[in-house]
Design a protein around this ligand. Sequence first.
Ligand code: SF4
Length: 677
Amino acid sequence: MKAIRTTCAYCGVGCGITARVIGDRSVSITGDREHPANAGRLCSKGTHLGETVGLEGRLLHPRINGNRVSWEAALDSVAGRMAACMEQHGPDSVAFYVSGQLLTEDYYAANKLMKGFIGSGNIDTNSRLCMASAVAAQVRAFGEDVVPCSYEDLDAADLILLVGSNTAWCHPVVWQRIEKARERRGTKIVVIDPRRTETAEQADLHVAVPPDGDVALFNALLYQMRSRGLLDEAFLADRVEADADFWSSLSPGHGVDPGAFRKLCGLLAAHPRTVTLFSQGANQSICGTDKGNAIINLHLATGRINRIGAGPFSITGQPNAMGGREVGGLATMLACHLGFSADEREAVAGFWNAPTICSGPGLKAVDMFRAIHSGKIKFVWIMATNPAVSLPDSGFVREALARCPNVVVSEVISDTDTARFAHVLLPAHAWGEKDGTVTNSERRVSRQRAFLAPPGETRADWEIIAGVASRLGWGDAFSWQHPADVFREFAAMTGLAAERGKALDITGYAGLDRNGYEALAPFQWGGERPLASGFPTADGRARLVPVKPAGHATGKDFPLRLNTARYRDQWHTMTRTGLSPTLSQHRPEPILEICSADAVRAGLTDRGLVKVETMSGESVFRVGITDAQRAGEVSIPMHWSDAMAGEGRTNRLPCQDVDPVSGQPGFKNTAARVSPV
Ligand code: SF4
């Protein structure tokens, strides 16, 4: 039985997997002991991937308006619709909404087509919902979207702060690594989270920060470190720039329990080897970028960065959010960590031999769907994602899709909430059939290899994109025959970034032949600490960014704060994990968690039904009364959709408010009210 080394389909930990095909669409899955991200460990989701590779529900043939058609007809239709929109309404009437589930090669092809050939910046990704605020914070502080840490820093840290991260459930293999560090060297673990999560239960200290209270807390921590004389003055003088008003912007007010704050200050003061791991709980906020900078400020000012066991570490949700960021899948970046200056646009246009390079950033995810709703965007191509469930105010998103005259969806599952709106439905390869690369949270590029024959008429996403580009007359620029050809082109293109002082540089792989690509071992761009030799700003110095706590309105109509969360054994909108009977046993339905005082006040009973209402919509859930939830706050998992759970659809509830810098929606703090059903 041949063993194929690949990577997990789910989270940004990026675990290596060994897959052995044992029968028709039947596969045994084990952790890859040689992969540096996981050394053989897997969590429940990765372990049960074999239960999700069957053909039940697969989209196997192209369809137009629900009818099976040939690939020729489907690609002609997509290209024709796109060309008509561009001709009649200009390039900005066209948009792509892509996904951290795409491989880097797919992402590269989509970005090139949109930004270099269609001539619009309107390509954004569901990674906007996941870590766009961390990206923006890193760009503001470091001059480039660079994660300055590696997993080995978790092994070497004396103190790990987990901010807005239920690591034990959402990044379980990283959690196992942290637990090991605790066993081996007594690493202290602090969880900073409004909820007492499963991770907080196991921490040395849980700091129950108010919703969106992280900026005040990290400003106060830095204020304390400065008062105690614990700044790294030499590092500040040598490597860091602060605005004139930075130090006066700090305040001692922290908003958390004074005893917990004292303990946290004591731990910080005693343990210079500190890693702060932050995730969606910090990012999914209308002040997420400021939270990221408040965290980075603390690390820069105390010199806890670019050293083993220290640094601010943003961990991504999806398997290839990082790869998408590298090639330029966010509307706010051109390509390969380059922006939209005249020099950068000229360089990219020259590299691609692009006829119409876009003039500036495109619309970010929430704005993109607003533009679809208003009719400004008349063509949207959605690839490998399910925005009808996953975007905030999903009722509005469904309205937008229903109004849009040209909806193209590339999918592996035939009947998702989003696929129901498609005029053209394109069958793509699924995990196990896909062949390409992904980048995990520590910038490690790994191969995702095919080990199953593609079923039906499914195709690789990059190939589908190239097919459309060719019909639009740009075949020469999209003439790749193999994913290795796309990867080589991307690797060569990072030379443009390197020439401009960026850390992203994988030009060493630009000459890889197909055998070399096939055998490619995991590698980390930038090495373990990519900013150690200098920050990629014009003067080589990082920036301390003054940030102020944001306020949120509460009112008697919506007195509660609604947080959206994730379950251990489900992934996003469950189109894959929902196929696994084993995973479905953990939490078979979505539960609204509420403390007993709020439940009594609202007339709710444990296991009864509750209607949750916000300014955006309403949904019904089962009630779970728990003291893990504080008074005034409730939480619900985000996974379930209409199709799967009747009325239990969570993302109908969060509103469209976004962080003003990153455009990331504030999923974690929505004004809500509850009543019995
Ligand atoms: Fe997959 Fe993430 Fe679990 Fe690793 S931790 S097995 S990458 S879901």
